[in-house]
Design a protein around this ligand. Structure first.
Ligand code: SF4
Length: 128
């Protein structure tokens, strides 16, 4: 373990299962990065309970209202980029990924080292 590994906010064990439920390649279909090949990473464990009025409840209950356990490790994320070197985009979504700050931090370091652009989806909202 190096000094860098001991810093707070880092993931120390790349073989440990993280609160990450999905890792897959896709084409970004939203926002300014639309149309670009992307790796989507979906966290789980969001404790918000978003209600969008006519849009209904959160559309990913399996990561929030009834969260499933994460099944991917950080090495799984590295692997998918190693297997798809043409992909230089990352969509980090959830399940509210900012509720997993160590993962956001580690992915930011990883993306910086690899020249990958990250899009982080933030929380939804409540209509009261
Ligand atoms: S923050 Fe996102 S994942 Fe969490 S309940 Fe709201 S819409 Fe669903």
């Amino acid at each position: 373990m190096t000094k860098e590994d001991k810093k707070p906010g880092r993931i120390l064990d790349y073989n440990k299962k993280l609160p990450v439920l999905e890792v897959y390649t896709c084409i970004q279909s939203e926002g300014s990065r639309q149309g670009r090949p992307t790796v989507a990473i979906r966290t789980t464990g969001c404790t918000h309970r978003c209600w969008f009025g006519a849009g209904g409840w959160c559309d990913s209950w399996y990561t929030s209202i009834h969260p499933e356990k994460g099944i991917f490790t950080f090495n799984d994320i590295i692997k998918i980029y190693d297997e798809n070197p043409e992909i230089t985009e990352m969509m980090l979504t959830g399940g509210s990924p900012t509720m997993v700050p160590d993962l956001c931090n580690e992915l930011t370091h990883f993306a910086h080292e690899r020249g990958i652009c990250i899009t982080i989806e933030t929380e939804g909202s409540h209509f009261i």
